[in-house]
Design a protein around this ligand. Sequence first.
Ligand SMILES: [Fe+2]
Ligand SMILES: [Fe+2]
Length: 247
Amino acid sequence: MAMTSLERAEAAEHAMSQELDRIVVKSVIYTSGERDPREPLPRQPDQGRLYMMGHDPRLPRMPDKPTLFDFYKFRFGPSTHVLQSARLAKKNGVSEKIVLACLLHDISVNGFIRGDHGYWGAQLVEPYVDEEVSWAIRHHQVLRFFADESYGYKYPDSYIRLFGADYKPEPYVQEAYKYAREHKWYETSRLITVNDLYAFDPNVHVELEEFTDVVGRHFKQPKEGLGFDHSPSAHMWRTMNYPTKYL
Ligand SMILES: [Fe+2]
Ligand SMILES: [Fe+2]
């Protein structure tokens, strides 16, 4: 019986993933709770198979010298939330540095690690942006849990839906908040949260190119490409480029 085109596509995809399994053994994800960390890691691959040590053929291939925008296009998903946040920030007339901070504030969630994403996101961009920008990204995560009426910032309704009405941030979050509250760059970080809150609209489409100038002026794109410039966070960009490498 003839296959429909959907069946053909599914069969092709199945064959491709089987082929991949035959050739390589992928890295085991450690941080997401997908395996019991008390169990030993798998040992040698079967005869004739190798561990994955480069590009994962299931993912879009990144250019050899990837730029920040390449990561947005190939690794960060549609990035709607950060794009809308950056546009809102621009509309609200904040400085270009804060627009950039809004554009970057959740890239860890999109491409790297969700838990403590403010800290991971700050480390990702730290070598390439003004210290104030990475500081603001680091602390926006904890500031989101604390209202500040003077900026019109309420505790997000979405957090009640996501975490329950009786969720209390852990003590380290409370401590980090107290520290950030007193810091000279508090306002910069607070402005990320102000422009973060109302940034979810499925009908607003924002092109990355809207921020080409801001990124060009305030993000020091390494000429070797992100991941290949030996900066303190280059390895993190490489992990996003090759997320299933065995070592
Ligand atoms: Fe965030
Ligand atoms: Fe956000």
